[in-house]
Design a protein around this ligand. Structure first.
Ligand code: GDP
Length: 195
């Protein structure tokens, strides 16, 4: 798949603000600072589309980008930021949960985790939600450039074990610095959209 056009379609703080049409959606979830904004910018070939988190914990919304006038890429709010109130956290969690469980447009969800660290409890909960909502369970392991290539297997093993993933083929090591696996993910998203 080639990215020909990208337009910010909608910014939603509540389910009532989700777009009301039947464009397919592919969503990306992950904890704050995992590298999701960098991934989205790199994946779409845009420098400053998704804001990289200089101020984590700022207002959280679900951002909907229309791609090639054909489908939407959906940026879910980063979770797990420590310095926010319990009430705020619950609000974001509910927004993500409602989106995953009720959104008919949603065709697939990718979970982003940092390749260097074992997934957190919240990553595990998010992955459980993704599987429980009936999605395949693709994972993007970010910041691949930060580990020696010889450690890749070890990190993928730890990640698949913690998230309880049988098929290592669901995990894509990714670097927004080098663009590693960008072509593979473009291909994968294209397949999902055309299926
Ligand atoms: P977000 O909060 O998930 O949107 O994370 P950001 O995209 O803002 O990234 C958090 C930090 O990780 C920033 O300092 C980024 O420059 C850095 N980062 C993100 N992706 C990569 C990557 O692939 N490689 C390296 N080396 N740093 C990255």
């Amino acid at each position: 798949m080639k990215i020909k056009s990208v337009n910010l379609d909608q910014v939603a703080g509540f389910p009532s603000q989700f777009p009301k049409d039947d464009f397919d959606e592919i969503a990306f979830a992950g904890r704050s600072n995992v590298g999701k904004s960098s991934f989205i910018n790199s994946f779409l070939g845009k420098k400053n589309l998704a804001k990289t988190s200089s101020k984590p914990g700022k207002t959280k919304t679900i951002n909907f980008y229309k791609i090639n006038d054909k489908f939407r890429l959906v940026d879910l709010p980063g979770y797990g930021f420590a310095r926010v109130s319990k009430k705020e956290k619950e609000k974001w969690n509910k927004l993500i949960h409602d989106y995953l469980y009720t959104r008919e447009n949603l065709k697939e969800v990718f979970l982003l985790v940092d390749i260097r660290h074992a997934p957190t409890k919240q990553d595990m909960q998010m992955y459980d939600w993704i599987i429980d909502s009936g999605f395949t369970g693709f994972v993007i392991a970010t910041k691949y450039d930060k580990i020696p290539k010889t450690h890749l297997k070890k990190h993928i093993k730890e990640l698949t074990k913690t998230l309880n993933i049988d098929d290592e083929g669901l995990v894509f090591a990714y670097s927004s610095l080098t663009g590693h696996n960008n072509d593979v993910l473009l291909e994968q998203v294209g397949v999902i959209i055309d299926s």
